[in-house]
Write a protein that binds this ligand. Structure first.
Ligand SMILES: [Zn+2]
Length: 204
């Protein structure tokens, strides 16, 4: 019948569901990013709004804040930036995706998380050493069976022959990977997409 067809109007929250649980930092639905891999507690989801990455079953803000507090002392924190260039080119091989990782932070995700306890991010600076190391390890990860064999918590390959080849690859690629990661990370930092960041938070 004419006039009975209407475009259904659904609230934004309808995007949330068992497959798209809410983000611990901002409450927007999370979307699938990376399938489960060895060393990870489950598949990885990400928030399209604040960028937070969540490994396995998403938790509440309080749990994400506890994880965040482990990344530094006092009010200084250092994150491998999920919004950084290394995460973008690395995908599943990104060095920030460490064994046992639970939450993968961005500056915006941290900003929204610490707001839950009346804190603000006072500064978010590129962390050169950690950024170059993250970029370097991400490049090495693309050539090995295991991951993070030098930087971060490692996931070794299952078979002994794979582990032998992996270490050979690390030795052979160490210097060439550094020669690539150094300029790459400098460009990334210049574009405000550095691979690691030091954050300072303070009470409002
Ligand atoms: Zn979010």
């Amino acid at each position: 019948m004419e006039g009975t067809q209407r475009t259904p109007v659904v609230p934004l929250e309808a995007g949330a569901g068992p497959d798209n649980p809410p983000c611990a930092a901002c409450g927007e639905p999370l979307f699938g990013w990376i399938d489960q891999r060895p060393g990870l507690a489950g598949p990885v989801r990400r928030c399209e709004s604040c960028g937070l990455g969540v490994v396995g079953t998403p938790g509440e803000a309080a749990e994400a804040l506890r994880e965040l507090d482990r990344l530094g002392e006092g009010q200084a924190l250092r994150i491998a930036d999920r919004d950084g260039f290394a995460a973008w080119i690395g995908g599943a091989g990104w060095a920030g995706l460490e064994r046992g990782a639970r939450y993968l932070f961005t500056t915006e995700a941290v900003r929204r998380l610490v707001a839950h306890r009346d804190q603000v991010v006072k500064s978010a600076r590129w962390s050169p050493g950690a950024g170059i190391a993250t970029m370097w390890q991400t490049l090495i990860n693309s050539a090995t069976f295991g991951r993070n064999l030098v930087v971060g918590r490692s996931v070794e390959a299952k078979k002994p022959w794979q582990r032998r080849i992996d270490w050979l690859a690390v030795v052979i690629l160490a210097v060439p990977a550094l020669a690539i990661s150094l300029p790459l990370e400098l460009v990334a930092a210049a574009c405000r997409k550095g691979s690691a960041r030091s954050l300072e938070v303070e009470l409002l």
